[in-house]
Design a binder for this molecule. Structure first.
Ligand code: HEC
Ligand code: HEC
Length: 457
């Protein structure tokens, strides 16, 4: 067993790629084997085609838009990027889809919907619907809502709090509200992230993310972690969603969020959450709706809604903001906060055979200011993607926070505990330590230009 741990870590450091392919005896003796099984990749990754273009100052060549590529749509305007039709019809044929799918407005309505006890809400939950945590400026934006995760270490092995590291903050009955145990001393807040423009991120080929890792200097290299695609044929993908890159597909994230944030089970995740390990599902008297709960199938509409959102739009670019980006590049911020990435070509099959990159999302240039890879900048929350030896190396790692839409957020970093941009930058240690000291050494004028640039995102 030890050798496979070492293998994962050395792959992560040497090639920027790590996999959790081996199901282990330890994994099987941990609680909730079905969940662990579902979330553990079992097959080799698929070929998603050649790496797309990306730009890192000093490492790659500046933008040469290849024939057939165009800028991704941006805006905080609750309008479609073209993947789903705007509406008002419930089911519309999309230019890219021969299969009818819900319109953007219908998908948005479901994403905004408030779930109730009789819909299957809870019994333990964090909020009554996706919009409660993903709305700011437009539906799908990031928000101030934080959730907490806890667990403890025994030797090097992380153990989740009973029933899972996510401690739901609400319940439908006072007897079953989850509480944090004193012994669960590994604790973190995780703040709600943005989902606008995530269809473009899903459409980035695995090979592009691993090429970014390979281009980064060895001591700053990010890890591309292979994670399971719940709806797929068993083929894993490079994780890119969530603070830990815990998912590679939007259907998977929607299934996970519907269960773990709202308490709605689905065909992909049919077992109800416990209350700190105690069964509170259908039949316990706490939950009137049998599993999988019928509303659970809305997760496919959530995914198509998110795929249809425009990416966060830039604000006005002053001359300070313009020069600030040059300084941001010069000191090395852009090595992790990558400014430009192109998505895979339309027709590329991803997500374990379940999603074909449509014209609306393929060959698009996005400006996420993230490499979507995991880094150790000394802020890691100590909680691995899964409580198995293969994923143990992810405990101190956090995904490079995408800086698009930064001006809409006033609680920063994964825990939302940095109040200003300067404080957030000051927390960058570990793999970002050299860059942070170059930033610190700049004259105030240039620091302020970088801050002006950040305010334009
Ligand atoms: C209680 C608040 C809350 C609710 C309700 C909620 N989310 Fe989230 N969401 C979060 C937080 C917090 C994160 C980051 C979590 C993490 O990475 O650990 C997140 C992350 C995401 C991401 C990943 C985005 C990225 O940064 O890559 C997606 C996709 C997402 N949520 C979709 C949904 C959907 C769909 C729903 C409704 C079923 C939903 N969420 C409901 C809080 C919430
Ligand atoms: C080695 C990779 C790396 C480098 C270099 C880097 N960052 Fe980051 N940055 C991250 C990671 C990872 C996070 C998320 C950390 C967390 O939440 O704990 C982050 C978060 C941030 C945030 C908070 C964003 C939010 O939404 O909460 C800001 C602002 C930021 N970085 C700016 C900068 C600036 C400015 C520089 C250059 C001076 C820089 N970063 C250099 C990896 C990096």
């Amino acid at each position: 067993m030890k050798s496979s741990i070492v293998l994962s870590i050395s792959l992560a450091t040497l090639a920027g790629v790590a996999t959790g392919l081996v199901a282990t005896a330890e994994a099987q003796s941990l609680p909730k084997p079905t969940r662990l099984e579902r979330f553990t990749p079992h097959k080799p990754p698929a070929n998603e085609g050649p790496a797309g273009y990306f730009y890192i100052e000093g490492i790659t060549k500046p933008v040469q838009i290849k024939v057939g590529t165009s800028e991704a749509k941006t805006g905080f305007d609750n309008l479609t990027n073209g993947f789903a039709a705007q509406g008002p019809d419930f089911n519309t044929l999309n230019a890219d889809n021969v299969v009818p799918m819900r319109s953007f407005n219908d998908g948005r309505f479901l994403f905004e919907e408030v779930e109730t006890f009789t819909d299957g809400l809870g019994p333990t939950y964090n909020a009554q619907g996706c919009r409660e945590c993903h709305e700011n400026v437009a539906t799908g934006g990031a928000s101030q809502v934080s959730e907490h995760r806890t667990g403890h270490l025994s030797g090097d092995q992380f153990f989740e709090a009973p029933g899972g590291s996510l401690v739901e903050s609400r319940a439908t009955n006072p007897e079953i509200v989850e509480r944090v145990l004193d012994e669960d001393t590994v604790r973190t807040f995780r703040i709600s992230t943005n989902v606008l423009g995530e269809g473009y991120v899903e459409s980035v080929a695995d090979s592009t993310l691993t090429a970014i890792a390979a281009a980064q200097p060895a001591d700053m290299r990010g890890a591309a972690v292979m994670v399971a695609v719940l709806e797929g044929d068993g083929t894993p993908r490079v994780g890119r969603f969530g603070w830990k890159d815990q998912h590679g597909s939007l259907v998977s994230f929607a299934a996970d969020a519907y269960l773990n944030e709202v308490g709605i089970t689905s065909s992909l995740l049919p077992e109800e959450n416990t209350s700190s390990g105690r069964f509170v599902g259908f039949g316990s008297g706490f939950d009137p709706v049998p599993d999988p709960e019928p509303d659970g199938e809305d997760l496919f509409a959530f995914a198509n809604f998110m795929r249809s959102t425009k990416a966060p739009a830039r604000g006005p670019i002053s001359s300070d903001a313009f020069y600030g980006e040059k300084k941001f590049n010069d000191v090395g911020c852009a090595i992790c906060h990558v400014s430009s990435i192109t998505t895979a070509s339309p027709g590329t099959v991803v997500d374990g055979g379940t999603f074909t990159v449509p014209n609306a999302l393929g060959n698009k240039v996005i400006h996420p200011y993230s490499d979507f890879l995991l880094h150790d900048i000394g802020t890691g929350d100590g909680i691995p993607i899964l409580p198995t030896p293969e994923f143990a190396f992810t405990a101190p790692l956090i995904r490079t926070a995408p800086l698009w839409g930064l001006r809409t957020r006033n609680r920063l970093m994964h825990d939302g505990l940095s109040f200003t941009k300067t404080e957030a930058i000051a927390r960058h240690a570990g793999q970002a330590a050299d860059v942070t000291s170059r930033f610190d050494a700049l004259p105030d004028l240039q620091k302020n230009q970088i801050l002006a640039f950040l305010d334009s995102l």
